[in-house]
Design a protein around this ligand. Structure first.
Ligand SMILES: C[S@@+](CC[C@H](N)C(=O)[O-])C[C@H]1O[C@@H](n2cnc3c(N)ncnc32)[C@H](O)[C@@H]1O
Length: 240
């Protein structure tokens, strides 16, 4: 393991393998860690993300990189026709499935966002939460989301974004780079995964750059809002 930046990889294959096995490892404590790290704020961000999808009762939604399915479960509150929750970490999918409570309009499946097993234009919308930093090829992942959403449908991306407020940055960095790994070590038994997390944000695209990538994938318009004092970005693009 290189000690410079554990979120940097030699090649896309190495990154995908690392990410998948990391999420397999932390799947059982993933939800608890989210609540602790964000002081419960992640619940609100996901609700906003689902509202952005414009999902209706007749609608279909893909939750890509669903993890334990928290976005997908939020989407069910609209009582839509179908929500497909897909992830390439089998243990995250299994943990999500255990949270199901008889809902027949929610299907968990294993799938790689780089090559989705769904037909073009199949979904009314696609959402992805806290996944984009982890993918080996951002453009391909966005293109696949856009491909499976019908024209006029929305692609919604919720992600932590590099923080650039000079006065607050030292405090934020101390919390994110020192306290979060400590909590991750104690609660999830995996300090490494929660060291990777802030480092992956450090090298991730700015909100403006991510907007450009979505436009490049053929979405128009693309808009975003910043949440939590500018530490989280919520992008919405319309597929043309
Ligand atoms: C931080 S978790 C987010 C889980 C969930 N979306 C949430 O809001 O809590 C990132 C998830 O993305 C998944 N992931 C990363 N790359 C992926 C890919 N190429 N295809 C499918 N899932 C992927 C990981 O396995 C992991 O479960």
């Amino acid at each position: 393991m290189p000690n410079t930046n554990i979120a940097q990889f030699e090649n896309p294959h190495e990154k995908a393998q690392y990410v998948r096995s990391m999420f397999d490892r932390i799947s059982a404590k993933y939800d608890l860690m989210n609540r602790l790290m964000t002081f419960g704020q992640d619940i609100r961000w996901r609700k906003l993300a689902i509202a952005e999808t414009g999902l209706s009762q007749q609608g279909t939604l893909l939750d890509l990189g669903c993890g334990t399915g928290d976005l997908a479960f939020d989407a069910l509150k609209v009582d839509p026709n179908l929500v497909v929750a897909a992830d390439f970490s089998i243990d995250m999918v299994r943990t999500g499935q255990l949270k199901k409570n008889g809902q027949t309009n929610l299907v968990f499946t294993a799938a790689d966002g780089m090559a989705l097993p769904f037909a073009d234009n199949f979904f009314d919308a696609a959402a992805t939460g806290f996944v984009m930093r982890n993918v080996a090829n951002i453009d391909q992942f966005i293109a696949e989301m856009a491909r499976v959403v019908r024209p006029g449908g929305r692609v919604v991306i919720l992600e932590i974004t590099p923080f650039d407020k000079p006065l607050l940055k030292p405090f934020y960095r101390f919390y994110f780079h020192s306290i979060v790994p400590l909590i991750g070590g104690i609660v999830a038994g995996d300090r490494e995964a929660y060291t990777y997390l802030p480092k992956s944000v450090d090298i991730f695209l700015s909100a403006d750059e991510l907007k450009l990538r979505m436009e490049k994938a053929g979405m128009q318009p693309v808009n975003y809002q910043l949440l939590n004092m500018g530490t989280v970005a919520l992008h919405t693009g319309v597929v043309v």
